[in-house]
Design a protein around this ligand. Structure first.
Ligand SMILES: C[S@@+](CC[C@H](N)C(=O)[O-])C[C@H]1O[C@@H](n2cnc3c(N)ncnc32)[C@H](O)[C@@H]1O
Length: 211
């Protein structure tokens, strides 16, 4: 018999990082989106700790969906005034494609998009997305992620944005709040150190309408 999802996370998560950062709600959210049109994206993948879990979970859930991951692999960009005094500064969190691939050994390899989000997201996202994990730490990184990922998110799809309530990543909350203020199809729910953004739709006489 398969072990529980919680046990699965503890064995799949080699570092313990994801388990501490909302592994269970993230995977439950992703699972609830797998019947929707589109692939899965992780914007800000670093060394692949969460990518590994997402990919292994897709396989466990019997899904053929492609995981796309995005990162500079050169660490964080320049912060902006919206970020205040963040936990990490420019150039920290440097990784490499080799390290990423090594951490994903044994899994179907995600499609890796190397570069700054502003360069890779406009043309490198899948046509449709059912679930996304946004983990770019800075105001400008989350802002550009939302701008490009949200329009491709299927109705009913979910974005999980890491560090939303984090006092050392104030730019994340600022970017999300600004986005939600002008996009009325965003349903927000803070969960521990993340925020869940679901794309809501309304149906009138069977027709989908803008909300
Ligand atoms: C906190 S780490 C991601 C951790 C990863 N999601 C995990 O769970 O293991 C943030 C990553 O975002 C990347 N990043 C942040 N802003 C970026 C940008 N504008 N363009 C490209 N990469 C960016 C950094 O290089 C870093 O690897």
């Amino acid at each position: 018999m398969k072990n529980s999802l919680q046990e699965f996370i503890l064995t799949a998560d080699k570092t313990g990082y994801v388990s501490r950062s909302n592994g269970l709600p993230m995977l439950l959210s992703m699972r609830s989106c797998l019947h929707l049109e589109g692939d899965v994206v992780e914007v800000g993948c670093f060394k692949g700790c969460t990518s590994r879990l997402l990919q292994m979970a897709l396989e466990r859930f019997g899904s053929e969906k492609q995981l796309h991951v995005y990162d500079s692999f050169e660490g964080l960009p320049e912060k902006t005034k919206e970020d205040g005094t963040p936990l990490y500064e420019k150039g920290l969190l440097i990784s490499s494609i080799d390290v990423f691939r090594n951490n994903l050994k044994g899994c179907r390899m995600p499609k890796i998009h190397k570069g700054w989000f502003e360069d890779t997201l406009p043309t490198g996202l899948p046509e449709r997305i059912c679930f996304g994990f946004l983990d770019g730490d800075y105001y400008s990184s989350i802002k550009v992620s939302l701008e490009h990922v949200w329009p491709r998110l299927s109705p009913g799809g979910i974005l999980f944005v890491h560090d939303y309530p984090h006092p050392k990543f104030v730019g994340v909350a600022k970017a999300v709040d600004e986005f939600a203020r002008v996009n009325h199809d965003v349903f927000m729910r803070v969960y521990r150190n993340s925020v869940i953004l679901a794309k809501v739709t309304q149906f009138v006489c069977g027709q989908e309408i803008d909300v």
